[in-house]
Write a protein that binds this ligand. Structure first.
Ligand SMILES: [Ca+2]
Ligand SMILES: [Ca+2]
Length: 449
C-alpha cells in the first residue's frame, strides 16, 4: 500500500513506519511526515486567529488590527552558531491577526493531491500524486481521472506532481504537467504538455508531448523539485531537485547536470536564446540558476514579473530566493542548515563570494510546498505579501515584504493542523490552499463577512 511509506521532502531518505520511533530521525524531519496532531516538536500555538482556534470552525476570528512583535519562531534552530547575513533574513518580526478571513471547504476526499490550478471558469485542475489528474467543479464534484497521461513513478516523493495552464489556455486548452518519469536505469523529473479535451466521452489529454527531461536519469525517490510557472513573456520555469543522495547533491554545482537547478524553457521546450549559459561550452543551455537543493515552491509576481522560489533546506535552512539568470544559490557549499546526522555540511559555512544569500530562511524548517505573491483584490492589506505553504510547518506562512526584503512573518491556519501542499490565487483574489495527504481538502480563504 502506497501510504505505508511515509516520507518528507526535507528528509534525505524516506522512512518505513517501523522507523518512526527513531527519535533522531523524527527530529530530523521536524515532525514533518505525520498527518496526526503535531507532536511536541510542532510550533507553539501562536495562532493568528484570535480567540477562535477550534479545528473545523470555518471562521477566523482575528481582528483587523495587526500586531507586530517578537518573531513567531521560538524553538532553537539547528544551525547553532550560524548568523544571518543581514537584519530580517530569518525570524522577522511576528505579525498576528493582520486580517480576519473565512475558510471555506471547496472539495474534500482528495488522494494525496500535489497541485491545484484555477481554471478560467472557476473550476479546478488537481493532480493526485499516485498519477491522477482531476477536474474539480465549483461545487466540489470530482471528475473521473483525466485520460491520456503517461505513466508515473509513484514512490517516495515521486508521482504526478505540478500542473500549469498555458497562458493562452482559454483559446488553446493546453496544459503542462511535471512528473517522476520511470526510465531505463531509474527515473527523473519530466515535463509534458497536452490539450485538455472535455466532451461526452469524458476528459482526456490529446497531442501529448514530452518537452523536457531532467538528466541524468537517476535511481532515487526523492527531490524531484517540479514546480512549473509561466513568465509574462510566455516562457516557463521548471524547478528540479538534486535527487538527495550525495552523488546528486554535488551536481547542483555542476552546469553539465540538470540536478538542483531552475530550468528556463520556451513553451515548446526549446531553449530561449538569451538564457544565461547559451553558447558556453560544457554547460546545459536550459539552466537559469543553479546551486539549488529541492525547489518545490515557485511563482511569478504578476506585478513585477519577478521569479520567486522557496527550497527545502536540510535540517534547517529552508530558503526564499528570487533566482536571477546565471547565479549560484550555493547548495551544497553554503547553507543555514546542517546535515540530518547533526554534523555540519561541507565546510559548515553560510556565505561565499560568488554565491547568493537567501532573501529569507527558516530554521527549524517549514518544509515549503507551493507559493504565491498575492496580487488580488479581495485582501488589499495583503498586496505584495508572499504566501508559502508549510508541510512540516503545518501552516500557511505570510511574509510581509518591504521591497524585496522581508518585513514581517505571520502564520495562518495553524489551528487546522494541515500539511499544506499548494497555494494559488483565484482571479477574484480568493486564496486557495491545498492540503496534503490521502484524504485531504481544497480550501478557499475569503475576507470575513
Ligand atoms: Ca501549478
Ligand atoms: Ca542557497
Amino acid at each position: 500500500m502506497k501510504n505505508d511509506i511515509f516520507f518528507h521532502e526535507n528528509c534525505r531518505r524516506f522512512l518505513a513506519p517501523a522507523c518512526l520511533a527513531a527519535t533522531l530521525l523524527l527530529a530530523a524531519c521536524s515532525g514533518g511526515g505525520s498527518q496526526a496532531t503535531p507532536s511536541s516538536a510542532a510550533p507553539p500555538p501562536t495562532s493568528n486567529s484570535g480567540s477562535n482556534t477550534s479545528p473545523g470552525n470555518n471562521t477566523n476570528a482575528g481582528e483587523d488590527s495587526a500586531t507586530t512583535g517578537a518573531p513567531l519562531e521560538t524553538r532553537s534552530g539547528n544551525g547553532a552558531g550560524y548568523q544571518p547575513a543581514f537584519p530580517n533574513q530569518t525570524r522577522a518580526p511576528g505579525i498576528r491577526n493582520s486580517i480576519a478571513f473565512d475558510v471555506q471547504t471547496v472539495a474534500s476526499g482528495l488522494d494525496s493531491p500535489w497541485a491545484v490550478e484555477v481554471l478560467p471558469d472557476e473550476r479546478f485542475l488537481i493532480t493526485e500524486r499516485p498519477g491522477r489528474l482531476r477536474i474539480i467543479g465549483a461545487d466540489g464534484s470530482k471528475s473521473a481521472p483525466v485520460q491520456g497521461l503517461p505513466a508515473v513513478t509513484s514512490q517516495g516523493q515521486g508521482g504526478l506532481l505540478d500542473v500549469a495552464l498555458d497562458p493562452q489556455f482559454q483559446s488553446n486548452r493546453i496544459i503542462y504537467w511535471s512528473y517522476a518519469e520511470p526510465r531505463d536505469g531509474g527515473n527523473g523529473t519530466t515535463l509534458a504538455r497536452g490539450r485538455l479535451i472535455e466532451d461526452a466521452a469524458g476528459a482526456r489529454l490529446e497531442n501529448v508531448q514530452v518537452i523536457f527531461r531532467q538528466m541524468p536519469t537517476f535511481q532515487s525517490s526523492l527531490h524531484f523539485g517540479s514546480r512549473i510557472v509561466f513568465a509574462g513573456d510566455g516562457t516557463l520555469f521548471l524547478t528540479v531537485g538534486e535527487r538527495s543522495v550525495p552523488a546528486g547533491m554535488v551536481q547542483a554545482q555542476d552546469l553539465r547536470s540538470d540536478f538542483g537547478k531552475v530550468i528556463h524553457l520556451n513553451a515548446d521546450g526549446s531553449i530561449p536564446s538569451d538564457n544565461p549559459f547559451v553558447g558556453r561550452a560544457d554547460t546545459l543551455p536550459e539552466i537559469w540558476s543553479y546551486g539549488h537543493r529541492n525547489v518545490q515552491a515557485a511563482t511569478i509576481d504578476a506585478l513585477t514579473g519577478r521569479l520567486w522560489t522557496v527550497e527545502h533546506g536540510p535540517l534547517g535552512g529552508d530558503e526564499l530566493n528570487h533566482p536571477e539568470p546565471g547565479r549560484n544559490y550555493g547548495w551544497p557549499i553554503i547553507s543555514y542548515g546542517i546535515d540530518y546526522d547533526g554534523t555540519k555540511l561541507g565546510e559548515g559555512i553560510t556565505a561565499r563570494d560568488g554565491m547568493e544569500q537567501p532573501v529569507y530562511y527558516w530554521d527549524p524548517v517549514i518544509a515549503p510546498s507551493g507559493m504565491i505573491v498575492y496580487r488580488g483584490a479581495m485582501f488589499p492589506q495583503w498586496q505584495g505579501s508572499i504566501f508559502i505553504g508549510g508541510l512540516a510547518g503545518m501552516k500557511l506562512v505570510r511574509l510581509q515584504m518591504d521591497g524585496e526584503r522581508v518585513a514581517g512573518e505571520e502564520w495562518l491556519l495553524q489551528e487546522r493542523n494541515l500539511r499544506i501542499r499548494d497555494v494559488q490565487q483565484g482571479s477574484d483574489g480568493a486564496i486557495y490552499v491545498l492540503a496534503d495527504g490521502p484524504n485531504s481538502s481544497l480550501l478557499r480563504l475569503v475576507p470575513k463577512n
